[in-house]
Every structure is written in structure tokens, then in C-alpha cells.
Ligand binder design. Sequence first.
Ligand code: SF4
Length: 667
Amino acid sequence: MPTADVPRALERVVRALPQGGEARHGQRAMAEAVGRAIHDHRHLVVQAGTGTGKSLAYLVPAILSGDRVVVATATKALQDQLATKDLPFLAQHLGRSFRFAVLKGRSNYLCRQRAAEVAGGGDQLVLDEVPGWESESGSGSIGSVASQARRLLSWGARSESGDRAELDFEPSPRAWAMVSVGPRECPGAHRCPSGEECFTEAARDKAAAADIVVVNTHLYGAHLASEGAVLPEHDVVIFDEAHEVEDVMIAAFGAEVSAGRFRALARLVRAVLPRDEAAVADELAGAADGIDAALAPHVGRRLPPRSDRQLTGALEVAAGRLSRASSALRSAEPGVGGEEPKPGGPATTRALLAAGHLAGDVATASDVGPDQVAWADGLPHAPVLKVAPLDIGPMLADALWARTTVVLTSATIPPGIERRLGVAAGTSDQMDAGSPFPYATNGLLYCATHLPDRRRDGAEGALHEELAALIEAAGGRTLALFTSWRAMEGAADALRGRVPFRLMTQSELPKPALVKAFSSDESSCLFATMGFWQGVDVPGPALSLVVIDRIPFPRPDEPLLQARRERFGPAAFREVDLPRAATLLAQGVGRLIRSSTDRGVVAVLDPRLAKASYRWELVRALPPMTRTRDRHDVATFLAGPSRSGEPTVSSRGARGRAGDAASPCRP
Ligand code: SF4
């Protein structure tokens, strides 16, 4: 495909958009760069600010390339947007025929084999087999689980896709577990009696015939970690929301051991082995108790397993019992290649596979190398042993960069991402597509430099005073983002009844309902924590002020980051903490301007943004807003734009410029 076709094709589809118009400069530049990257087999990293229209900017050249392209997204919202809006729109208006498919992880589809087994068995047998069912609460009675299972069976018989997302009700985890399998249990279509009619296999076949395949980043991580066993062959992968890629890949190349997995396996084993071998299942359940007891005291902390005798012992016992279970299952496994099937059938094969995967993870957890970190995650009553690579770069260098052309794009590309992800020097290009939104005139970045250090007595009171004054100036219309629940609840308690506006907190409603309530009540205020620094899109005057209580540095005791800090030594702050804080801060700031007519203020109540030696590395990650340290400027700005369209700021709050030492708003 000549890359010269890309701008024309983009113009054509942008003209066909409901609001019509021309391709924006940044969007066109990004589309051309993606087209060149695919054509020249070079990796590309694109920062594309809010409003760029980046999905069309990568989809158009991807489709025109004629290559098979996988688009990996981090959120369901973006996956849905691509599959139900952007790609159908392009199919109609691009003037080029192409096929696209969405592929999800195996546990998202009803498993025909499990469904057949459930339909053929009694409810009690079925409930006995549901992994983890007795530990779940709030999912209703056994009767309701059984009735949900019947509904699922009936739906499965009618459904064309078996995709859980197409259900018209939300099944309990127990009910869904009865009719689905995870990737660690499925033996694959060729070894499964229902393989011919398998929903997952049908979805894979569709993906294998498609030009554009939409997946989530976790599935792509599983594909890489399994040496390419999940997705069809492809030439290009585009990671949208690329700021999530590093964490997702670290998890994908790691391992997990929990008592829950042992108990689930014990139930599977009990269901398929003869009664006189029930001791094998009991032993697995006993191993689960040992792992729980050994992990519980360490939750939230790093684990050097070899130095903890109880944990080392629990893992050794678990490995021995898994080995015995596997032997027993192997002798009961159905024969292949014409041998007589044995009792248990496909369920035995699934149990054997689950045992094998668990044994692999136990082996990894028992021998944590110098390039890995292990820690106890979860809650004290349900701890999980996690192992992750300290450095994902070398793994991705082989599994990803050497084999596939990669495009990374996000509104916020974390500093140094290519180095951490293992991109070889000289093999990638970078671009910043900017944003079409007028940040310099429509956005004001205010840093409250007069606030005291948060560790000092009375600091919270001063912060609450400042927050109240800002909310008054904005007439409500505030999204306040906090770095902890404690800070959020403290501020909400202090301001409720003190500001004359409705004040909602994250604890009141689920996120979608809360965002809807906030956007429909224009003067309301929403106080929230980390889950709201991303994925809140409220254009218009209902969101005119974003307040950020602190620079969002990661917790010092987060085990994976702790280990990475040790590895980087004196450079740890700049290599580990600063890039994460800059990325998350930019995400939070990005909640303000969501359309070309939006106008408002971001107030950062952390003086370090204006005073710390590393301040510019944070500011450079933010949109190019006018900056001030003077709260009067905030009130003036929020009162309305000047006639010139320039932000109205006082002489003390002159617009800050990088390198302008005299600027009062210099961070
Ligand atoms: S291959 Fe068989 S066990 Fe695997 S998901 Fe499909 S129907 Fe279920």
C-alpha cells in the first residue's frame, strides 16, 4: 500500500463523520507516521493528546496496509468503541473492504464441553465441581446458582457466539464458572469432544480470517508468555493506552500460587477420581491450608521464599502432592488415538492440565531468581503468592520487538517506556501528535505553593481551606482527585455542609453511576481516588475544576517497585518513581479539557510541583496550560475569558514559560 494514500483516505472518512470536517493536523501526521512504520517495519511510539482522534489515525493506515494487524487495548470501553463504532464506520466509509474480529480470553466464552457435562449431571454434582464456590458470598443461594446455570445452558444452546458480554443478565461468578473454563484447563479443540462446536475456537477462526483483530492487552500478554499460542499470526500490533503495557506484561510473564487454586483443583480431582483415591484430593486441600498459613503473615510484603522455612516447606509439600495428583489423574485420563476412554473423560484431562500449570507456578515460586521478585498479595484471609520479572525488557526483546512491528500510542506516554520495554536502540521512531485543544487559552494550571508540608501539624486543615475556596470560586463543578481514601474521606467530612454544593464521594455509587450523577448535576462536586484519575470523560461546564491533592508517587512499600528501586540504586527515583508519578499526574490533569470548548483550572495542592528539583519532569508531561501560583488568578480565570480569548490572569500570575526564572508560576 503506498503510504501516500493514507492522508486522502483519512480525509474521506473524517468528512463522513457525523460532525464532518477535516482531519486535524496531529491526526494526519500520526496516520502518516503509522503508515510509514508499518511499511518500513519500524516500531513507532506516538503520544497523541486528548482530541487527536488517534483510533482513526492508526486504524486507517492499518487497514490500508493489507497486513494482519492486532489492536490491543487496555480498557473494555475502548475495545467496545473500536468494535461497535470505529471499525463498522470505516467498513462503511473507507472505500476498502476488510474484515475485523474481536477476540477475548477463553473464560469469556461459554464452554460447550462444560455445558454438556453440567446438562448431563445433577445439580449437586455440578455445585461440587464449581471452583471456589463455597468461599464466595453474596451470589445468592445454591438454588439461585442452579437456576442461573439453567439459564446459561439455555442461552448457550441459542447463542451464536457464546460471548458472556451478550448475556442479558449478569451471572454470579459461581454460575459462570460452571459453564466456562480458563486457559489452564482447556485441552484444546483436538482433544476435546466438543472441540468442533467450541465457541472460543470459532472466535479464533474468525480472528484468523480477519485483517484487524481487536484484543485486550492482557490477552496479548498471555499470547507472548505462551510463545504465540493464543492469537493468529500477525504482522503488526498497535497498543492503544500504551501506558498500561509495562504492568500488564510484567503480570503476564509472572506466576501466581494461591490456596484457592489448590482447592479448586481438589474439587476437580475429587469429581473425576474413583472414591478409593479421594485421599489425593484431600491432600491437595491440605496443601491449600499450608500455603494460606505460610503466606498470611507476609501479605503486602516481599518474600525471599528460601529464607522463610514455613513457606519453603509449604511449597515443597504442595509440589509433592501435585505430583501425586498428576500421576493419579494420568492413570485415569481418557486414552487418545483409539484407546478406550476411561472414567472421568474430558474433566480428567482438564484437571490434569490445571495440575500441570499449578505445578509450574509452584516451581517458579520455589526458586525465585535474582531477576525476579516474589511477594504476598491479596488479603490476609486470601493471600496470593506472586512472582514477577524485575525487568520485562529482555523478555519482550525476543518475544515481541524482534518478531512484530509495534506501535505504542497513548495520550500520556510514560518517560523512558521504550528502554523499560526492551526496544533495541535505533529500531523505533517517536512523535508527539499534540492535541487540537487550546490548552494555553482554555486551561490554567495552579500550584498552591503556600500550603505547608503535609506531614506538619495542621497541614490537613490548610488543605481543606484551600479546597473550599477553590470550589467556591468554581461554583462547585469540581472533580477532586486524592491519592488515598483517608485523604478523600477527610476532605469530604471537612467540606460537607461547608460548601453550598452537592458533594459526592467514590464510596457512594459505582463509578459509571457516579460519573453520570456528577455530569448531570452541573454544580456538584465529586471526590475520588485512584480509580478516577483515568477514564472519566465529562466535557462541558460540569467539570471546570480538577483538584489534585498530592503528586501521585507510588507507595514506597509496593513490593515490585521496592525491588526495582534496589536494582536501580541511586537512580531509582528517576527510573522508577518519577515516570509513574508523571504519567498518573498527566492522566489526572487530562480529565479537565475534554472538548475544544472546555475551559477550566487544574489546582495541584502539592507545592513540590513548583519547588522540587524534579518539577520540570512532571510539568513536561502535562498539557501546555498557562501556569500560576496565585489563587486570585484562579478566581479571575473561572469568572470568564477576556475578550481576546486569552486567559484573564493578574500581573502577578503572568503566563509561565519553560526556562523563565522570573515567572511566578514556574514550577
Ligand atoms: S475446546 Fe472444549 S474444553 Fe476447551 S473451551 Fe472449547 S469446548 Fe471448552
